[in-house]
Design a protein around this ligand. Structure first.
Ligand code: GLU
Length: 282
């Protein structure tokens, strides 16, 4: 079956074998449909244009071609802000003025400190109850603020259960409640990974989202955002992560060999493609 798929790396370093596997997986999963490339560079502190250029070059060297223009998220903040404002108009997001330190202090003082499915500590809800006048006054005074989803209200706005089709598995039911009042718009930029990824998948007509299984928990939240915004439900294929000989997942921070260093050592694209496969379980 033909799908529109995408590879959506963040330009925070050079691509390694894990990325090559993910990109090849997405291109193959398109099944003759459209394979898109999107650069997820909303984080100004960690993303570098030089890494974006290197990603394009490395993927082309591997022999991958993508349909249409490469979408760079940092050029589209106005679109993400518009989504935040649409959710605000429906009372589904609220401004949060808390600093990381305040949140950490409140969590430390709490008797129980639950965590979201992605491991992040749950926001204790400090700013949820601020009245409209206080919110306006603090925003008007220029106080930095993030935008948080009001999870209880968001769940109340749904008109049915959430689920998605996982390829090869079938229907998976979603339960996003455990994410709590997650940040949808950061303090520094009016977007978050969750908001930008769901917005762009809808805008770009992605019909099959392929990505590592580490992002599987986030899919429950993404289905909630899609339902709230009336965006279509893509199918999903969460793939295993490439691991090193010791069974650890490959990560840039561990100095995993980049595609360009393998290339500099004289490996051919065909050899790198062969290496970019999960090792079968012993
Ligand atoms: N940008 C994300 C990453 O670099 C991937 C996003 C996705 O595929 O949903 O891990």
């Amino acid at each position: 079956m033909a799908f529109t798929t995408r590879f959506a790396p963040s330009p925070t370093g050079y691509l390694h074998l894990g990325h090559a596997f993910s990109a090849l997986f997405a291109a193959e999963a398109a099944g003759g449909g459209r394979f898109l490339l999107r650069i997820e560079d909303i984080d100004p502190a960690r993303c570098r244009p030089a890494f974006t250029a290197a990603i394009l070059e490395d993927l082309a060297w591997l022999g991958l071609t993508w349909a249409g223009e490469v979408r760079e998220q940092s050029a589209h903040f106005a679109e993400y802000r518009a989504v935040l404002m649409a959710l605000l108009a429906r009372g589904l997001v609220y401004p949060c003025f808390c600093s990381r330190a305040t949140i950490a202090r409140e969590i430390a003082a709490a008797a129980v400190a639950p965590h979201a499915p992605d491991g992040a500590p749950l926001y204790p809800g400090t700013c949820r109850g601020l009245d409209a006048a206080t919110r306006h006054a603090r925003i008007a005074a220029g106080e930095p603020h993030a935008w948080r989803l009001d999870m209880a209200r968001a769940l109340g706005a749904l008109d049915g259960p959430l689920g998605y089709e996982e390829r090869g598995v079938g229907l998976v039911r979603c339960d996003p409640a455990g994410f709590g009042d997650v940040v949808l718009g950061r303090k520094d930029v009016p977007a978050s990974y969750h908001l930008a990824v769901t917005h762009d998948d809808a805008l770009q007509g992605v019909t099959l989202v392929t990505r590592g299984e580490d992002l599987r928990p986030a899919t429950d939240l993404h289905r909630l955002l899609q339902a709230l915004m009336g965006w279509p439900t893509p199918a999903y294929a969460h793939h295993p992560l490439l691991r090193d000989a010791a069974g650890r997942r490959l990560a840039k921070r561990d100095g995993v060999a980049s595609l360009r260093s393998l290339r500099a050592r004289g490996l051919t694209p065909a050899e790198v493609r062969r290496l970019a496969r999960p090792t079968p379980a012993p």
